[in-house]
Design a protein around this ligand. Structure first.
Ligand code: CP
Length: 328
């Protein structure tokens, strides 16, 4: 894997993903070796972060890598990613110069967080312009720290959590990835990655959402193909949760809504509470965080004995250390 980028988990084989998870598990039990002393990793954040930023910095430090974290547009220049444009707008620097003519010569790896643009169309966001433009001019590995189309680092941490929490073969287990109400229209990246990653790993996957909140057709097709007949879509939340082993709650904006319009009030009761959790096998509760309490999930569920959110968040550190260890 040395020298490769990680833009999408789908670019990695199941064997490679298993290797990264095994390594993350080894780091968790034996510690992270200082195997990359005197290297530098530069993370470019176009959007806010708590977990990704913290866990990348810790993973780098433990590996001996010096992390350099920039908030793009706040302390470093706002970056242009489109080619051939006349740069007379907000952006003061082009990624061809920031990366191609500088970072390529100074650091050993790049991280990029660049959410979907709420003002752009679904089709535009599918192109993942910012991430792809940076990757195109980078000579060093680029790691996706959540982009418009996916959150592979979260996906690895989620797989590590499922492996730790659910005994036996994945083929005997079912995970529900469910939409939940949120006052803002959020990106689909976490759900996109989770859906396909869980199906590829062998879990039965149920996608639950109200009509109008479909995920990308290609994502649903990839999950269906990988699932070997154990992928289903439900528009009734209770019905979809019946008998599952894990409930992964996440909110995302509807495809036809554009412009970040919130979900209708009629869906305010799409919340994971103890009654709904009890519909599972029993079911562990998963969420990538940050989460709005008592909007997406009730306090008693997220603070309860079957909440796996702390395990997921901690796993970010181990899995990111594994990725950086292998790619750099
Ligand atoms: N789950 C996750 O990526 O968290 P942050 O947005 O805080 O980094």
């Amino acid at each position: 894997m040395k020298g490769r980028s990680l833009l999408d988990l789908a670019d990695y084989s199941l064997e490679e993903i298993t290797h990264l998870l095994d390594l993350a598990e080894r780091f968790r039990s034996e510690g992270i070796p200082r195997a990359h002393a005197d290297k530098f990793f530069c993370a470019l954040f176009f959007n806010p972060s708590l977990r990704t930023r913290t866990s990348v910095e810790i993973a780098c430090s433990r590996l001996g890598i010096h992390p350099i974290v920039h908030n793009v547009g706040a302390g470093v220049w706002k970056l242009e990613t489109r080619d051939g444009v006349r740069m007379d707008g907000d952006a003061a620097e082009h990624v061809r110069d920031a990366v191609g003519h500088f970072l390529n010569r100074t650091v050993h790896g790049l991280g990029v967080r660049c959410f979907a643009d709420p003002n752009a169309s679904w089709e535009e966001n599918r192109r993942d312009q910012v991430l792809r433009a940076i990757a195109a001019v980078s000579d060093v590995p680029v790691v996706n720290l959540e982009s418009a189309t996916g959150h592979p680092m979260q996906g690895l941490a989620d797989l590590m959590t499922l492996r730790r929490k659910l005994d036996g073969p994945p083929e005997k287990r079912t995970v529900a990835v469910t939409w939940a109400y949120h006052p803002r229209a959020l990106p689909t990246a976490v759900a996109d990655t989770a859906l396909v990653a869980f199906a590829r790993a062998g879990y039965g996957v149920r996608l639950i959402h109200p009509p109008g909140f479909e995920l990308d057709d290609e994502v649903m097709l990839a999950a269906r193909r990988a699932s070997q007949g154990r992928f289903s879509i439900h528009h009734d939340l209770d019905d979809g949760l019946y008998g599952v082993d894990a409930i992964y709650a996440k909110s995302w904006g509807g495809r036809g809504r554009g412009g970040g319009a919130p979900a209708p009030d009629a869906y305010r009761d799409w919340i994971i509470d103890s009654r709904r959790q009890a519909l599972g096998a029993p079911a562990g509760f998963m969420h990538c965080l940050p989460v709005r309490r008592n909007v997406v999930v009730t306090d008693d569920v997220i603070d309860g004995p079957l909440s796996w959110v702390a395990e997921q968040a901690e796993a970010r550190m181990w899995t990111q250390a594994a990725v950086l260890h292998e790619l750099l």
